[in-house]
Design a binder for this molecule. Structure first.
Ligand code: SF4
Ligand code: SF4
Length: 443
């Protein structure tokens, strides 16, 4: 087992951490699939409004990759197909019935799995809607069947604030997890399972699978960061990754022959908790009391990489966290003169730097974007050593090749450079959209 120590990053101390027990979420009357948030997918619908579907009925497929199916997370009636910008399918809502039927696939046991070759396992995963849980690097899109990764990374404990830790989701599911890792090993690349130092998995079914122990602050456990710090040649740049909780989804889908629907989600302040809910659950079912009140912003999928969701929103395919932030209020009068005891800062701009107590997330920029002052804070914090100001200026000047030379493709879109930038430049967003456009050009 290797130990990796990631030096750069940011210790995040956010208020509202969930208590370490799992609550059962309320029953839901509708679930949704959100094609819009899947990266680089061109959906072709396979259902229409009013159709009756089971759990596991194909809802759409990817036009670029037609063997990849996306299945219904609920059984009932398709009641809404919502189109967004440029007629992209934003969401498909299923009103769930009192009892929900499942599509049945043949269960795969250990012996059958051991006898499968790469082609077989890929086609099984694609047909059962399980392929969408896997992502590739560096673009973080759903891989094509003909891609061959140099490695497959599984992070057990995401270092983003309030993601569900392995101690919560693995408990009682250790053998299922080991089965999922065996399935990933059939994909023809070494599988690296990483746990964070201090949360060692001692269960006999999981401990032998762990290959790396990682120390460091956010985003130390990101697969892109791990790959950056372990690769020895450019050939290793093309890797795949999947979260620990999604390994369980994949394993359940294979071993039971049913499309998996159960999800454990962390919900942050004011009463942080882990909730057992289901794929595509409505946001409203995760909120209670103060969390559902006015002047709140609901962020699905992580503090820095998540998306802001309206109150009638739904949980996405791989999302397992809901963060509740206070909405920005009116601008502060003479805000720049205030000591900022409650304003988190990575530099020493505010007096918060003296106590660094957990901060409550606040959706306030405290000012507008200004010109870069070449302070170098973005570059100093970047966990993958990108020359951030140079890469940004190259993009601004339309010199994409230069941005690539400055490390653009290594970016893990962690958002730290944007967070620390005193000029409030949306660096991470710019890098993400540029990488996406570059990738689309190459498809
Ligand atoms: S460039 Fe910014 S978003 Fe990308 S990895 Fe570095 S700090 Fe994170
Ligand atoms: S942190 Fe912002 S202001 Fe400082 S060098 Fe980076 S982009 Fe420029």
């Amino acid at each position: 087992m290797k130990t990796l120590s990631i030096k750069k990053g940011l210790p995040l101390s956010v208020a509202g951490a969930p208590a370490p027990k799992i609550e059962k979420g309320p029953a839901v009357s509708s679930v949704a699939f959100l094609p819009e948030i899947l990266p680089a997918i061109k959906p072709r619908l396979l259902v229409k409004n009013g159709d009756t579907v089971k759990i596991g009925t194909p809802l759409f497929k990817d036009k670029n990759n037609p063997d990849v199916l996306f299945l219904s997370p609920g059984g009932g009636t398709v009641t809404e197909i919502l189109y967004g910008h440029r007629r992209a399918i934003s969401r498909i809502v299923i009103q769930t019935g009192r009892t929900e039927d499942h599509e049945r696939f043949d269960p795969v046991d250990k012996e059958q799995l051991a006898a499968m070759d790469r082609k077989e396992i890929i086609s099984v995963l694609m047909a059962r809607g399980l392929w969408g849980f896997i992502r590739n690097l560096p673009y973080r899109t759903i891989p094509a069947a003909d891609e061959t990764p140099a490695s497959i990374w599984v992070s057990l404990d995401p270092s983003d604030p309030f993601q569900v830790p392995s101690g919560v989701y693995l408990k009682g599911n250790e053998s299922l997890f080991a089965f999922g890792i065996r399935a990933l090993e059939c994909l023809g690349a070494p599988v690296f399972v990483c746990e964070s130092l201090g949360s060692e998995v001692s269960h006999e079914a999981v401990a032998p699978l762990v290959t790396h122990r990682v120390s460091g602050t956010y985003p130390a456990e990101d697969p892109g960061v791990l790959l950056y710090h372990t690769k020895t040649s450019p050939r290793e740049n093309h890797a795949w990754f999947i979260s620990g909780q999604d390994v369980l989804m994949l394993a359940e889908g294979l071993s039971t022959g049913r499309y998996p629907t159960e999800r454990i989600v962390s919900v942050s302040a004011p009463a942080g908790r882990y909730m057992k809910t289901r794929l595509g659950a409505p946001l409203a079912s995760l909120l209670s009391g103060e969390a559902a009140g006015e002047n709140r912003r609901w962020i699905m999928g992580g503090l820095f990489r998540g998306r802001s969701v309206p109150k009638d929103g739904y949980l996405g395919l791989t999302e397992t966290s809901l963060l509740i932030a206070l909405d920005a209020g009116d601008p502060e009068l003479f805000g720049f003169l205030r000591p900022g005891l409650k304003k988190p800062t990575a530099s020493r701009t505010f007096l918060y730097a003296l106590h660094k107590k957990p901060f409550a997330p606040l959706a306030d920029m405290h000012g507008e974007e200004r010109a870069c002052i070449n302070c170098g804070k973005c570059q100093a914090i970047c966990p993958v050593d990108i020359m951030v100001p140079f890469a940004y200026k190259s993009i601004y000047a339309g010199e994409i090749e230069d941005a690539l030379a400055h490390g653009l493709l290594d970016c893990v879109v962690c958002g730290l450079c944007s967070f620390v930038c005193p000029a409030k430049i949306e660096l991470a967003e710019t890098f993400e959209s540029t990488r996406h456009a570059y990738h689309q050009d190459r498809i």
